[in-house]
Design a protein around this ligand. Structure first.
Ligand code: URA
Length: 237
């Protein structure tokens, strides 16, 4: 059983606050009865109408985007910068699952399914993300070892599941590093590399759980299929 406003928001219809307004305005019915108070709880299988529209799982959409540089992982930005949802043609209220920085590229999932978004973002579900980072300087064996062992970031240890040096460019004084990581704190890869004294010049997320970019070019996206969505749900512990 969950609060009605949470179910409405998780079904991707609108925000929780907006759902509360709609409930108080008498615009929501549950199994044929108007519910106009906020404490009401029901289950996900109840038949819910909001403003005359039935909420159903058919309203859900799931996208895999190859995010270009120069986009904010949000649905709107106060500073009027471009946002990732502009890249996807839909009339649904989709939003990104987690965040890639403005200058980070690569795999980003967007959906209006709040339940799945929560599953994928919850640290206990151990969804592995992999990144390729181009860094300034040559990552040496000692630094590699420290990364593998785990480093305290903002007081909490972060231990990548894999770290590999892909290549060095001695002339340009850069290295290409592969990092697989389960946790999803903001700027975590940049912070890890900074902790071993390397600045990230470029960062790309190559995979998210079992999903990878395939042939998607920068700025391109595709819908996830039912099998993929089911497999994402299966990350729930
Ligand atoms: N880690 C970062 O530092 N930035 C990202 O965008 C993603 C992970």
């Amino acid at each position: 059983m969950e609060r009605l406003q949470k179910i409405i928001a998780n079904k991707g219809y609108c925000s929780r606050r907006k759902a509360e307004e709609l409930i108080l305005d008498g615009k929501v019915t549950v199994n044929g009865q108007v519910v106009n108070t906020l404490g009401f709880k029901t289950d996900k299988n109840a038949i819910i109408f909001v403003d005359g529209h039935e909420l159903s799982d058919e309203n859900y959409e799931y996208y895999l985007l190859n995010k270009p540089r120069g986009y904010i992982s949000a649905v709107k930005d106060d500073k009027k910068r471009k946002v990732v949802t502009e890249l996807i043609e839909t009339d649904k209220r989709i939003y990104p699952v987690g965040r890639l920085d403005y200058d980070t590229t690569g795999l980003l999932i967007l959906t209006n399914d709040g339940e799945l978004a929560n599953i994928l973002m919850h640290p206990k579900n151990n969804v592995e993300k992999t990144y390729i980072a181009k860094i300034k300087g040559i990552l040496n064996m000692d630094e590699l070892y420290r990364l593998k062992k785990g480093i305290k970031i903002d007081g909490i240890i972060c231990r990548p599941t894999k770290v590999k040096i892909k290549k060095y460019d001695k002339e340009k004084n850069t290295s290409l590093v592969y990092i697989a990581i389960v946790e999803g704190r903001n700027h975590i890869v940049k912070k890890l590399l900074k902790a071993v004294n390397h600045e990230v010049i470029k960062l790309k997320r190559e995979s998210f759980g079992f999903l990878n970019l395939g042939n998607l070019q920068s700025g391109e996206y595709r819908l996830l299929n039912k099998k993929e969505v089911k497999k994402l749900y299966a990350y729930k512990k």
